[in-house]
Design a protein around this ligand. Structure first.
Ligand code: ATP
Ligand code: MG
Length: 747
């Protein structure tokens, strides 16, 4: 049998085995959360390399986040044991597209030194264009319109053109779009959508670039958009071999033009697709799975599928209402500490995740964790790279790399303060635009004294710019040039450190931020560490694409370019599960960024109407799916909570999320000592871990149950008969379920 010959099959069920070794050209796995889709996809890659004999560099794997691709690479590496996984072309669609454009972009007229405009860059440019427009345009609307237009993919181009010119507004939007594109071009920038659009263009014109590709695999397929679908087809244009895995119930990127209809397209474009479903959930306790399913089943129109629990029953989720967001944060952190103690450290800090609908909710939790000295990491939405002090450094590096980047230059021109006001900056930009040169070229002229006859810039401004901006920047650019000239790879760390010194950045931060200076300076140091890590990683793992014989291509991009695009494409700063001192970290993440991941214990705070479903969301079903994604991240314990009053709403009362309010109160654990010793043994079983004996745990732990919670006292020392026929029963006997709805009983 297969299992005898290959280790990978040992951890797979029958349907998974079939999917891994399917010989059909196209395989589609549609299945619920925790059913092992990602696990199966990873195993299939190993199978294709080890058994079918496909070369790793001929495989493309697209994942949804950078974190997911790193994890997948590590898993594949673990199975192959010979380092071949390094050659697999694995990453997000954007990062794969970037690699192809860096290597072959010149063929379609791209300057190989192109930079990437991140979200805030695009926002800035569009806002400026909208302000100038005769027809009033809301910048966010314009931005969404432009992005949608690009993301639709080329197959929809005709429909867009047909609609064009219908209204004054759509004409204005079209003009805004054109202006935006030409500004990006002038600065040699591609935005996120452009990376995909231009890569499609490249692969249409030069299919040779992907002539080696034997197979394409895609995780989280439900969240691909039209242009990503085009890209997938182009990657697979020669081999026509595609494997996709996904779950329509977890489609949460409709706002970014993800399209469920890509599933139908796939079945139409690739006839004979082997459709496989996986029906067992290996992740969550059956109580958690049941509750999650009850939520998603509120959606009447969804495509129904089977998802059966494999794990023990476990214990019902906890639902708590607390006085305020501060109380909510306090409660979460005290539960984390309590569970950790109660489990005798069987559950440690890195087993906990706090999942938030929006990044703005993290403030209270961060400060409480900080106060308690519990280390944590932030994932998604809380972008490290968007912190002001880091953005400044990055902008300087962008200008060093690519001086014609007007936006980056305009942002740093007066940072640190050089006495150049907004008005002057605007005048400079306008002057540059009028003379059709970049801002840098304009400044450079002034700096070199080749002043044109008439200029608006006052002498003072000129001195400021030349002395404190142009000089250090020119020095650094000179350094980069010298490094390149003698053929030594640039030392990124030297560059960053020199930049920090030249700018007197520490002094600047101290002067600007006072009390907050220390944490800002710590971020700067973290940034240096990051550059170090990047250098190190780059030596080991060169992201080079395979070389296609007889097809001229650019040499691989320099390290500064790679670093900058990596930073821009990273959805978050990626930290290990342990901090530098080796302490395990609690995770705080947005729900969006938690997709595909799992933790033993999950907290979902702020489940009130307005937060989830979000007040500005227009698709209620998508909001419900978002909650479903969050809940299905939990393996053993799930906590939902909500404050009585919305802090940001000036103390307005919070209403429990409709998605949760619809559930029968028996779904949740009745009010009482939330989780206790008997629960711990069921948790241990679900996680496959060993619970330290009682006497070790209870030594020195104070009673954890608050008196007001003590409705149904459980003697922690009394053995609890929780196992019947190998199934852990819900810890609350039936007759106790008649309590009031817990959330309503807390005033
Ligand atoms: P999601 O939809 O949330 O991305 P998924 O379908 O990709 O979920 P995985 O993350 O691949 O699910 O798997 C969930 C968990 O189940 C993982 O911890 C995985 O190791 C485990 N698992 C998957 N298949 C099996 C199996 N056959 N036996 C035991 N454990 C399994
Ligand atoms: Mg997955």
């Amino acid at each position: 049998s297969l299992a005898g010959k290959h280790d990978i099959f040992k951890s797979l069920n029958k349907a998974q085995c079939r999917a891994v070794s399917s010989e059909a050209p196209t395989v589609a796995i549609l299945a619920g959360p925790g059913s092992g889709k990602t696990h199966t996809l990873t195993s299939r890659v190993v199978w294709l390399i080890d058994h079918v004999g496909i070369q790793p560099q001929d495989i493309i794997v697209a994942t949804f986040t950078n974190k997911a691709s790193n994890e997948m690479k590590a898993r594949i590496g673990h199975a192959l044991r010979d380092g071949r996984e390094k050659s697999i072309i694995i990453g997000t669609f954007h990062s794969i597209a970037r690699r192809y454009l860096a290597k072959y972009g010149q063929r379609i007229g791209l300057d190989p030194k192109f930079g990437i405009a991140d979200d805030s860059d695009s926002r800035g440019i569009i806002t400026r264009i909208c302000k100038r427009s005769d027809t009033p345009l809301e910048p966010p609307v314009a931005r969404a319109w432009i992005s949608k237009r690009k993301a639709k993919g080329t197959s929809d181009e005709r429909t867009i053109k047909d609609k064009k010119g219908q209204s004054v507004e759509s004409q204005a939007l079209e003009r805004c779009f054109q202006e935006y594109q030409s500004q990006l071009e002038r600065s040699n920038l591609l935005d996120y959508d452009d990376l995909l659009v231009r890569c499609v263009e490249l692969l249409r014109k030069f299919p040779q670039c992907v002539s080696n590709i034997q197979t394409v695999l895609i995780d989280e397929y439900q969240d691909t958009n039209g242009i990503q679908y085009d890209l997938m087809k182009l990657f697979a244009q020669k081999s026509r071999r595609v494997t996709i895995v996904g779950d329509p119930d977890q489609s949460i990127y409709g706002w970014r033009s993800a399209e469920i209809k890509n599933l139908h397209r796939l079945l139409r474009d690739y006839p004979g697709t082997d459709e496989i479903s996986l029906e067992e959930n290996y992740r969550s306790s059956s109580c958690i799975l049941d509750t999650s399913l009850k939520v998603i089943q509120q959606d009447q129109e969804r495509y129904k599928k089977v998802l059966l629990p494999v794990r023990d029953k476990g214990t019902r989720p906890v639902l708590r209402k607390l006085k305020s967001s501060t109380d909510e944060a306090d409660w979460i952190v005290s539960e984390i500490k309590r569970i950790r103690l109660l489990s005798g450290n069987m559950i440690d800090f890195d087993d906990f995740a706090i999942l938030l609908r929006s990044a703005a909710l993290s403030r209270h939790i961060e400060s409480t964790l900080g106060r308690e000295g519990i280390a944590y990491r932030m994932v998604g939405g809380f972008k490290f790279y968007e912190r002001t002090e880091i953005k400044i450094l990055l902008d300087y590096m962008r200008v060093i790399h690519q001086p014609d980047n007007n936006d980056a230059l305009a942002r740093i021109i007066n940072v640190p303060k050089r006495g150049i006001g907004e008005v002057t900056i605007k005048a400079l930009l306008e002057e540059a635009e009028k003379t059709s040169i970049s801002l840098w070229q304009l400044l450079d002229r002034h700096f070199r004294g080749q002043r044109r006859a008439k200029t608006n810039i006052r002498q003072q401004t000129e001195n400021a710019i030349s002395g404190s901006l142009m000089k250090p920047l020119n020095n650094l650019r000179e350094k980069v040039r010298q490094d390149a000239a003698v053929g030594t790879p640039m030392n990124l760390i030297d560059l960053v450190q020199k930049l920090i010194r030249d700018l007197k950045f520490e002094v600047y931060l101290e002067a600007t931020y006072g009390d907050e200076y220390e944490s800002r300076w710590a971020n700067v140091q973290e940034f240096v560490t990051l550059a170090e890590e990047f250098m190190r990683q780059n030596q080991v793992d060169d992201e080079a694409l395979p070389t296609i014989d007889g097809f001229a291509q650019a040499s691989d991009d320099d390290i500064l370019a790679k670093f900058l695009s990596n930073v821009t494409l990273a959805s978050d700063k990626q930290t290990e599960d342990k901090d530098q001192e080796g302490k395990p970290l609690v995770t705080i993440s947005t729900i969006h960024a938690a997709k595909g991941l799992e933790w033993p214990v999950v907290f979902i705070p702020a489940v009130y109407n307005g937060s989830i479903p979000h007040i500005r969301a227009d698709d209620q079903n998508e909001e419900r799916r978002l909650l479903y994604v969050a809940m299905t991240r939990a393996k053993a314990l799930l906590y939902l909570s909500c404050p009585q009053n919305i802090a940001s709403g000036g103390g307005k009362p919070a209403e429990l999320s409709a998605f949760i309010d619809l559930l029968p109160s028996s779904t949740f654990l009745p009010k009482g000592p939330s989780f206790d010793r008997p629960v711990m043994s069921s948790v241990a079983k679900i996680l496959g871990r060993e619970l330290p004996p009682d006497n070790v745990i209870y030594k020195g732990i104070p009673s954890m149950t608050a008196p007001e919670d003590n409705l149904f006292p459980v003697d922690p020392n009394k053995p609890f008969n929780s196992h019947t026929d190998g199934v852990t029963q819900d810890i609350w006997p039936r007759k106790r379920q008649k309590t009031q709805h817990p959330i309503k009983s807390v005033q």
